[in-house]
Design a protein around this ligand. Structure first.
Ligand code: EPU
Length: 421
């Protein structure tokens, strides 16, 4: 067990460079299963979710080389297994992308149900609906999903998602790339990592169009060939540092970002009183004086991301006035961190999908526990902004998605260290 010890109260100051996007990396690495030959994937974050995924692929017979920092060479040509190692699959959420990738590559798959952050019920019925629409016979138990070609074989089809789902959009894209015919995903998710996956697949020879809109079209091709691709910067990691600067009254330059992806976050921080300056691939945030209250509702992209809900809640908890924070993607997400923030002095009343956050003058150091990745990131921000010392437990959640968190925060002047108990 390890924990973070944070001595709060120091405004963040300096420059931080954002890593490759976790949620793009965890879609693109399984996509390498569809490629004959070697993929050179650059800007890959060194985080535990990526390490688990690489172990799973290696266990299935992929050749993996991570010698060069930030680069993964992955060659899945010799993979024959359609049944990835269950214990590893259960350690993370995005391992469900192996279902789509294996269905696309081999026409069959036997994949354990995923684990990962359990801040809400996270069904996969839309993934299954997509696989079935492509002609797969699906066997779903409490433990695993098994896919094989139905009596008419696999063929492209139209799939209209009942909810906008990142995971279902990705999984259907992965499954459809090598299946004959055209697949059309309607009501698709539009997150930057969906576009990144499409760009990766197209670089390797796929025909995917419309990614980033609500209709994605995939024309099946016979094969994909190896190539080089660089993953986009992580929108949520960048948003987390911006929120940390806002909460601590800091002044930081966040480098290696796509400012367009950040608008849904920076516009709210600006509304709360932070000064935001956009550059081509960087954003400066200056926060002087107390933040102001705001009204925020999470939505699928291009709305305010649910993955920034907890971090903006910390900003609200020390802002002047009463803020309203409404969650429309995962209703139960507040429960992962609000009581922990309250133990640090925050005043949060949850009413259905909305948290009413009355700004406190200060937060105070406490011992708190991360219950999921973004909840953990928010508690770190709270610790940085608080008076006194905070200990954040259960940090394996945080390490799932933030590369070199301690090094990056320390370089910004934060007093934080990782303690191995
Ligand atoms: N949903 C269904 N049925 C499905 C799939 C989703 O009802 O088959 C519902 C969910 O319950 C939720 C909504 O649709 O209410 C959206 O879920 P989505 O499928 O988009 O979420 P996901 O793909 O499981 C990804 C990210 C999450 C992020 C969500 C929403 C990855 C690996 N994970 O999850 O990221 O919160 O999209 O943007 O891309 C994180 O990074 O901390 C994280 C949790």
């Amino acid at each position: 067990m390890a924990r973070y010890e944070i001595h709060g109260g120091t405004p963040l100051n300096g420059t931080v460079t954002i890593s490759g996007a976790k949620n793009a990396a965890v879609a693109i690495l399984p996509a390498a299963l569809l490629v004959s030959g070697q993929c050179r994937i650059e800007n890959v974050p060194d985080i535990s979710d990526v390490r688990i995924l690489l172990s799973i692929l290696e266990g299935m017979g992929a050749k993996i080389d991570t010698t060069e920092p930030g680069v993964v060479l992955v060659d899945c040509t010799d993979v024959t297994s359609t049944c990835p190692q269950q214990e590893l699959v259960r350690k993370m959420r995005a391992s469900y992308y192996l279902m789509g990738a294996l269905l696309g590559r081999f026409g069959k798959a036997h994949v354990a149900l995923p684990g990962g952050c359990n801040f809400a019920s996270r069904p996969i019925d839309q993934h299954i609906k997509g696989f079935a629409a492509l002609g797969a016979d699906v066997e779903e138990t409490d433990d695993y999903v098994a896919l094989q070609p139905g009596s008419n074989g696999l063929c492209g089809n139209r799939v209209s998602l009942d909810v906008v789902s990142v995971g279902a959009t990705v999984n259907i894209m992965l499954a459809a790339v090598l299946i004959p015919g055209q697949t059309v995903i309607e009501n698709a998710a539009k997150e930057p990592h969906i576009v990144d996956l499409a760009n990766f697949l197209n670089t390797m020879g796929a025909h995917v169009s419309g990614a980033g809109t609500d209709t994605v079209k995939i024309r099946g091709v016979e094969s994909l060939k190896g190539g080089t691709y660089a993953i986009i910067p992580d929108q949520i990691e960048a948003g987390t540092y911006l929120a940390a600067a806002a909460a601590t009254g800091g002044n930081i330059l966040v480098k290696n970002v796509i400012p367009k992806h950040m608008e849904c976050i920076t516009s709210k921080l600006a509304e709360m009183g932070a000064e935001i300056i956009d550059y081509d691939d960087a954003i400066r945030i200056r926060s002087n004086g107390r933040l102001r209250h705001a009204t925020v509702k999470t939505r699928p992209y291009p709305g305010f991301p649910t993955d920034m809900q907890a971090q903006i809640c910390v900003c609200m908890s020390i802002a002047s006035g009463v803020s309203r924070l409404t969650e429309s993607v995962y209703e139960t997400r507040f429960f992962g961190y609000c009581s922990e923030l309250e133990s640090m002095g925050a005043d949060i009343q949850i009413s259905g999908k909305t948290a009413i956050v009355t700004g406190s003058e200060k937060l105070y150091g406490a011992t708190v526990s991360a219950n999921d990745l973004r909840a953990g990131a928010a508690l770190v921000i709270a610790g940085l902004a608080a008076e006194g010392t905070t200990w954040v437990k259960n940090i394996h959640y945080v390490e799932r998605g933030y590369e070199k968190l301690i090094d990056k925060l320390t370089a910004l002047g934060a007093q934080i260290r990782r303690i191995e108990d």
